[in-house]
Design a protein around this ligand. Structure first.
Ligand code: ADP
Length: 767
């Protein structure tokens, strides 16, 4: 039998954006590790049909000239796939190897044929990318494998030696589903992109709705999972949401409850009303609640001119978000690590992501747990369904129910009312407004007075402080920039005295700083001077908001995801402009001395090389990179992409690199520099940034309020590590940061950096 390990990759079930990135990662990581990879076209149907593929098999020598994208075969089949066939697909929605729902594979006969076809190709390792149906099918197939092989031998369809050579089928699953309905991964491939589509659509609908004072009922996908609806509602500041897991419980009269909330919103002056409904929503008796039914109720009871928009397949489509490209890439690489082991895990594994870390779980356990939620909903056990979804889902529901109100709840009299001031510091980061809105509303709802400070520490020094009401933050959930105003002002000298006076004059009991490095430094200064200024002995908290993602303790700051998406959208366009012109682009991205944006945008756009300050490139590195590029262009490469952090090197900066590459490569390619500049910082926040901002603001506010009860309240900065929110004492800050280069000493994403290189450059010799 063949010496090389041979694996098959397939995408099956409903397509989802990011599948291509997963296929690319699986193909390239496996080729880089010396394995052979076969694409199984049209999901399980390709495996069942096997047979001749209309496309010629690619050369197994991967440094063959690449003459452009190979088109999809028009039929299900299995064939080897090469490095170059997965070029230029990161930014494409759908799946280039096709997907299908295969009825034949659901039959034993179909699976027997599938086993025969895999054996004929010498494939005994499979990476299945799909939803729970796909993974269930994969598990069943693996369990039946020895029996199927026995039958095939008995029927003379395969030789006994063949059966003996492949006694087991190893399977690794990746969950791709826009619904985010799979146990075993915080996010499934495609969910984040679907949320992008939903927020784009609802943001657009909101503006027309506001012009006409209209009500829109927007139906989103999610038969058994309300994730898209709930997160879409939080991200867009919608007014009402319906999800399958939590039908309105008011004795069946959800209509009354919904109408009273929406009417109160209108009475408070809201010009538009947006109701988001998951397609699988139902009432507490289990009867479906359709978008048309909601429209009818709104018309009959409120006299509203309601319009229904069913987003449908738009949610599945379009270019995958940065998160989905990188999630898929990381999962695909981890799948290859697992499947190519000499002794693959005896059970099929699901590779998922938990708190930015790859996790491996028994596949069938995940599938079963996924079904348990669906069954709980079908049986009307809604509380159980919510418990199974987990605490952060429940918290998000609760938060939404507060934020969407037209006015705050009446505060309970037993709670002491505090005066909490909010400020933004540093450069504007998309999502700052969302965080301020959430903090203000949730604070008022808990019975506290919320104050807004104008332009960061400048405003605190000169007393530009005003009370923020419930309605003053209306519309802030979705907009970029900083409505409060921000500055990089660092207090010095007499400023501290002024700040102490202002804190006392405005009777401020807590400071919530939502911002970047300048804000962290300033808050640290106040904290350090508590002995000199007793007024600083109040709780203070830094909430990370900076596109640079250079703040200690926080794996992802508010704004970073938006910047990353801004970068990849620009780079996609730049790359497209250069097709067939033998160009190498050197793209300079922000990040100050932190390479996060460069590394992650490089990974998401397929950059050949990423230069970051943390690496300290040498001239020898650059020489090697030029040689690789020249080789690539000589062998059919048309576009080269280098991503460079703005401070990657004091001498070998983007200008230098461009000149050097242009000179050395002038016979073969041209060089263009693209400086993306402030467009990275602008725009409305992505759904992830809005959701993250809301979550962090709520947790941060609760922390401040708790601390305000204590005689020695803490000063802290906030982080999210492994999905858990943490509060780290400010006294630890100096130990955690590299002050010279203004970044954390320990950067969790650093290990990801070599991956983009591995996936972008073909190994020197394959085959
Ligand atoms: P998804 O993977 O998105 O949940 P489906 O439920 O349609 O989508 O499953 C995709 C394919 O996986 C099916 O068309 C079928 O070929 C296969 N499959 C699903 N469930 C099973 C099963 N119980 N046994 C065998 N194959 C299955």
């Amino acid at each position: 039998m063949q010496e090389k390990k041979r694996l098959g990759v397939l995408t099956s079930g409903g397509d989802s954006p990011g599948m291509n990135a997963a296929v690319r990662a699986v193909v390239r990581a496996a080729l880089a590790k010396g394995a052979e990879v076969y694409a199984i076209y049209e999901g399980y149907q390709g495996m069942v049909e096997g047979g001749e593929c209309p496309l010629p098999a690619p050369s197994s020598r991967d440094n063959e000239p690449f003459m452009g994208n190979v088109s999809l075969p028009q039929q299900a089949c299995i064939r080897p796939i090469s490095w170059h066939e997965v070029s230029g697909i990161l930014q494409k929605g759908g799946t280039i190897i096709g997907t299908a729902r295969s009825l034949a594979f659901k039959t034993r006969e179909g699976r027997r044929r599938a086993a025969r076809n895999l054996i004929r190709e010498g494939i005994d390792r499979l990476v299945a990318i799909g939803g729970d149906g796909t993974l269930t099918g994969a598990d069943l197939f693996r369990r039946e494998w020895p029996e199927l092989l026995k039958e095939l031998v008995e029927n003379g369809e395969i030789r006994p030696e063949e059966a003996a050579a492949y006694p087991q089928l190893a399977i690794v699953g990746l969950t791709a589903s826009i619904d985010n309905d799979m146990y075993g991964s915080d996010m499934t491939i495609g969910t984040d992109t679907a949320l992008h589509r939903i927020t784009e659509a609802v943001d657009a609908i909101s503006s027309t709705a506001a012009s006409h004072q209209r009500t829109f009922v927007v139906e989103v996908m999610g038969r058994n999972c309300g994730y898209l609806a709930l997160m879409g509602a939080i991200a867009t500041g919608a007014d009402w949401v319906m999800i399958p897991e939590q039908p309105p419980q008011d004795n069946g009269s959800w209509e009354d409850r919904m109408c009273s909330v929406l009417k109160a919103g209108r009475d408070s002056g809201r010009r538009d009303t947006i109701v988001i409904v998951a397609e699988g929503s139902r009432d507490s008796d289990g009867n479906p609640i359709s978008s048309d039914r909601i429209k009818q109720v709104l018309e009959e009871r409120l006299g509203e001119d309601a319009r229904v928009t069913i987003l449908g397949h738009v949610q599945r489509g379009g270019s995958p978000s940065a998160f989905d490209r990188n999630l898929s890439t990381l999962l695909g690489c981890a799948a290859v690590d697992e499947i190519l082991k000499d002794e693959p895990h005896p059970e099929p594994l699901l590779i998922g992501m938990h708190g930015n870390r790859i996790v491996r779980s028994p596949l069938m356990h995940c599938v079963q747990q996924t079904h348990v939620v669906a069954e709980a909903i079908a049986n009307g056990e809604y509380e159980r369904a919510m418990d199974l979804r987990g605490n952060s889902f429940k918290d998000a529901c609760h938060t939404f129910q507060t934020l969407m109100q037209a006015a705050p709840h009446t505060p309970s009299s037993d709670r002491q009312s505090r005066r909490i001031a909010v400020l933004n510091c540093g450069a504007a980061a998309p999502g700052m407004n969302t965080a301020v809105r959430a903090a203000v509303r949730l604070g008022i709802d808990r019975g506290h007075t919320m104050l807004g400070i104008d332009r960061g520490f400048r405003g605190l020094i000169d007393g530009s402080i005003k009370e923020l009401g419930w309605l003053s933050v209306r519309g802030w959930a979705t907009t970029g920039g900083s409505e409060l105003g921000t500055s990089r002002k660092l207090p010095e000298g007499r400023d501290f005295y002024q700040i102490a006076r202002q804190l006392e004059a405005h009777d401020i009991h807590g400071l919530l700083m939502i911002g970047g490095w300048a804000g962290y430094e300033a808050i640290y200064q106040l904290y350090s001077q508590r002995d000199t200024f007793p007024a600083f002995n109040i709780p203070m908290l830094c909430v990370p908001a900076s596109i640079d993602n250079n703040l200690p303790g926080a794996e992802l700051s508010i704004g970073t995801d938006t910047a990353l998406n801004n970068i990849i959208e620009a780079v996609d366009k730049i790359k497209q402009s250069a097709v067939a012109s033998n160009r190498c682009f050197v793209v300079k991205v922000m990040g100050r001395y932190c390479g996060y944006l460069a590394v992650m945008s490089g990974l998401a756009t397929g950059a050949e090389r990423v230069y970051i300050h943390e690496e300290q490139i040498t001239l020898t590195d650059l020489q090697k990179d030029i040689t690789d590029l020249i080789e690539g262009f000589k062998h059919g490469k048309r576009v080269g992409l280098i991503v460079c952090n703005e401070n990657a090197h004091p001498v070998y900066n983007t200008d230098f690199i461009c000149s050097l590459f242009a000179e050395e490569g002038r016979e073969v390619f041209q060089v263009r520099q693209a400086i993306l500049g402030h467009l990275q910082q602008g725009g409305d926040p992505t759904p992830f940034d809005r959701i993250q901002a809301t979550r962090l603001a709520e947790k941060g506010l609760d922390f401040l309020i708790d601390e305000a009860q204590k005689p020695n309240p803490a000063g802290a900065f906030m982080g999210v590590e492994g999905g858990q929110v943490k509060f780290i004492d400010l006294s630890l800050m100096p130990r955690m940061v590299d002050k010279t280069f203004r970044r954390p000493k320990d950067q969790w994403w650093f290990d990801i950096w070599p991956m983009s290189k591995m996936l972008a450059q073909p190994p020197k010799k394959i085959g």
